[in-house]
Design a binder for this molecule. Structure first.
Ligand SMILES: Cc1cc2nc3c(=O)[nH]c(=O)nc-3n(C[C@H](O)[C@H](O)[C@H](O)COP(=O)(O)O)c2cc1C
Length: 141
């Protein structure tokens, strides 16, 4: 599932948090497997964010035409992501109609050459360097 409610929680041990709607299939998968992976999408992967935000539910196999692998615990890692984290369920807290799942990070990797996909004001956008406070653009003379 596509999620943007994701945060780092602890460094020692490494722990992250996702907020998952109790009505989603993903909620049930996490509770049953006690594992999940976080795929941080890159700027070229808007189509994956859209697919796993709901349209995948109409597909027989939403993974059929995309490159991915599975971790030993079963969680899927998508090819071409900015970063991935493979987690086991560390704690679960009630968060109203969502559950706050804390994951203990077992393994991870990242590709520093990629830029992130962002979701802002209801749209997917890329990341651009912020303007310099005194108006100077970094790298220009
Ligand atoms: C940008 C974006 C962010 C989302 N963030 C979350 C989230 O943090 N938690 C959540 O439960 N659903 C979130 N959703 C909705 C889920 O992606 C959607 O309910 C999905 O269909 C669940 O799939 P599943 O039932 O197969 O698990 C988000 C959707 C979008 C488009």
């Amino acid at each position: 599932m596509t999620a943007n409610a994701f945060t780092s929680v602890s460094l020692e041990p490494p722990v992250v948090l996702v907020s998952v709607d109790k009505r989603t299939a993903t909620w049930r998968y996490i509770v049953e497997s006690r594992a999940f992976a976080v795929n941080i999408l890159s700027g070229e992967q808007e189509h994956l964010a859209r697919r796993f935000a709901g349209p995948h539910r109409t597909l027989a196999n939403p993974f059929a035409d995309i490159a991915y692998s599975r971790r030993p615990g079963g969680a899927p890692l998508l090819r071409g992501v900015l970063a991935w984290l493979d987690c086991t369920l560390f704690r679960a807290y009630d968060g109203g109609d969502h559950s706050l799942f804390l994951g203990a990070v077992r393994d991870w990797d990242f590709d520093a050459s990629r830029a992130p996909l962002l979701f802002y004001r209801g749209a997917f956008v890329g990341l651009r360097p912020a303007p310099h406070p005194n108006g100077v653009v970094e790298g220009s003379s």
